[in-house]
Design a protein around this ligand. Sequence first.
Ligand code: HEM
Length: 271
Amino acid sequence: MASAASSTAPSVARDKVHGVAPLRAGRGTSFALRRLHSLSGIVPVGAFLFEHILVSNATAISGPDAYARQVSFLANLPLVPLLEFFGIWLPIAFHALYGFYIWYRGDGNAVEYPWTGNWMYTAQRWTGGIAFAYILWHTWTMRFTGVDLHAYPNASFGKVQAEVFQTPLFLFYVVGLIAASWHFAYGIWLFSAKWGIVSGDKAQRRFLALCGAFFFVLSGAGLASLASFRSRPHQLYEPGTTAMQSAQATKNQAANDHAAKNQPVKNMEGR
Ligand code: HEM
């Protein structure tokens, strides 16, 4: 695998360029694909990660009921399979596979990652790789195997708990979460530099600090959700438990409860 230093050394020596070079037009398909790779990291992949950690999974902090309501809300969005395929899986697959290709080629358009040397360059690649392994496993176990959480949202909390109660898997969650948070937070900075949104040495330094703070917020919220799964009593979701009531049954139950509550009080005088 080509290294950052080996592929960029000649141009560094020639141009004495510092910082992250903007993406330049006129490089045909490769330019368009680099732009698409860069953009896909923010929307939709980054936007999805933001929602997944800071909105949906953060509801787990409030406990199993709040978490089940959020899963049920997501499962009832219109056209879920299409949203998942075109809004999540396809963009992640493109960003990841093209990311591995960029890594393999060693042709980052970062001529020299500033201030901290090339380790940020390396960290961006390794955190992407770790996130990829984590995402594959997490999607497989949560979405495609075991209880279908779209049909049984009440089983969600217990299903996650069954994994995070196993220490090796819990550690995998922690490592995957931190890798994805780092990759996204530093990716926002890279994106802004490459697209010329934040330019100038001073402004870029300040923005780097902001992205660092965002990393702590994102990973902190994720760790707080994980702590909630680990610390609450295990929610069972075996057949016959209320967790395994289907989404439809839960809805019917809620409708019945609502109707019963709103029934007019019997007029005792009218008997
Ligand atoms: C958790 C899901 C992911 C998110 C939210 C994400 C987000 C981002 C963002 C915002 C960027 C900055 C865009 C830019 O360079 O202009 C980026 C860059 C990058 N991503 Fe990802 N990414 C994810 C997963 C992956 C995976 C699985 C890989 C596979 C290795 C990967 C490889 C890369 C590479 C190599 C770069 C740097 C490109 C460069 O320096 O030119 N990413 N990512």
